[in-house]
Design a protein around this ligand. Structure first.
Ligand code: SF4
Length: 339
């Protein structure tokens, strides 16, 4: 499957010569979409872990989380190199000095080779981006900005608390500082039909982000969406439809964009629906089968589909600013698209 798209694992292997593992962390932040600065209650799909991984030991201090995460992953995969992944809640939601200290401390381990910082587009002030850009001069840094949908009506439906315009502005400011930027999209959000999902992908394809995560809408226990699901007000995507949408998306993404995730997976302890979320491998096989049958891969339809995608949207064209070094990696040249 990985030869059908540019996977993050392969990208990291090209850079570091070995597989690099993310260590998910919960540094104790909250989120402006939960504490009332933007909204109360959070995004309707977000659970009480703030979208952090279930493996995070939240009872431990940050340093201990990092060390125990490294040892767990090292034991399981014989891993040698790691990224400190600030995943749960909004990881730029603190004064600059606090953030700087936090990121600095996470790098104080010989096998940690970089940072991943997950946050919201309304939570990256210029001074914070400047500070993160300083880190990027001496280590690998990824800034993850959630979007979920570029349809503002859908963002309202899920109580997202920011607009698509704020996302594209944040991308522009991060890219102006040379940062590697990744984004998240969710397919199947209430209010988004297939046309709107593809419109989001097209806008993201040309807005200058370097990497993308896509996953299906998953309803977790204890989230605001649980009530909608139980009341029959939340239609969810069928697995085959989702696989086709992801295949369509890969075809229209730029060939150099890094793909960090294509399917979400959860356990029966935490996930209510859809049931096919319990078997990520099966969904990945369906995506692969569609691309193989079509004879396409990531980027096959990029030029045709995405030219002019920004017309009428707030997404900047990538050519407005210099793309980061990620897009310029010579290593990727040997993986040029087949069509
Ligand atoms: S922005 Fe992130 S942490 Fe905040 S409510 Fe939404 S998903 Fe949860």
């Amino acid at each position: 499957m990985s030869q059908l798209y540019r996977s993050f694992n392969n990208y990291l292997k090209e850079i570091f010569g070995t597989r690099v593992y993310r260590v998910p962390l919960d540094a104790g932040f909250t989120c402006p979409n939960r504490d009332g600065v933007r909204a109360f209650g959070g995004c309707t799909f977000c659970d009480d872990r703030g979208s952090g991984a279930p493996t995070i030991k939240t009872d431990l201090a940050m340093k201990e989380q990092l060390l125990s995460g490294i040892e767990r992953i090292r034991r399981r995969y014989k891993a040698q190199k790691f990224l400190a992944y600030f995943q749960a809640f909004s990881n730029t939601y603190a004064p600059e000095a606090v953030l700087q200290n936090l990121y600095e401390n996470s790098l104080d381990h010989p096998d940690v080779v970089g940072l991943m910082i997950g946050t919201r587009p309304d939570c990256v002030a210029d001074n914070v981006l400047d500070m993160i850009a300083e880190f990027s001069k001496r280590t690998t840094v990824w800034l993850e900005l959630g979007l979920q949908s570029a349809n503002n009506k859908t963002l309202e439906n899920i109580n997202r608390g920011h607009s698509a315009e704020e996302f594209f502005d944040a991308v522009k400011r991060a890219k102006a500082r040379g940062l590697n930027v990744a984004t998240h999209l969710i397919f199947g959000l209430p209010g988004d039909d297939e046309e709107e999902m593809m419109s989001t992908v097209k806008q993201v394809a040309v807005c200058g982000v370097d990497a993308i995560k896509i996953h299906q809408l998953v309803v977790y226990k204890g989230t605001p969406m649980e009530a909608d699901l139980k009341a029959g007000r939340l239609p969810l995507l069928d697995e085959d439809v989702y696989a086709r949408l992801v295949a369509d998306s890969l075809e229209i993404l730029p060939p150099e964009m890094i793909v960090m995730r294509l399917v979400a997976e959860g356990s029966q302890d935490e996930v209510l629906a859809p049931a096919w979320s319990f078997n990520k491998h099966q969904t990945m096989e369906k995506i692969e089968a569609i691309l193989t049958e079509r004879g396409t891969r990531q980027g096959s339809n990029f030029a045709r589909s995405c030219r002019g995608a920004c017309a009428g949207s707030s997404a900047p064209e990538a050519s407005e600013y210099k793309r980061s070094r990620v897009s310029d990696e010579a290593a990727w040249q040997s993986h040029a698209p087949v069509s």
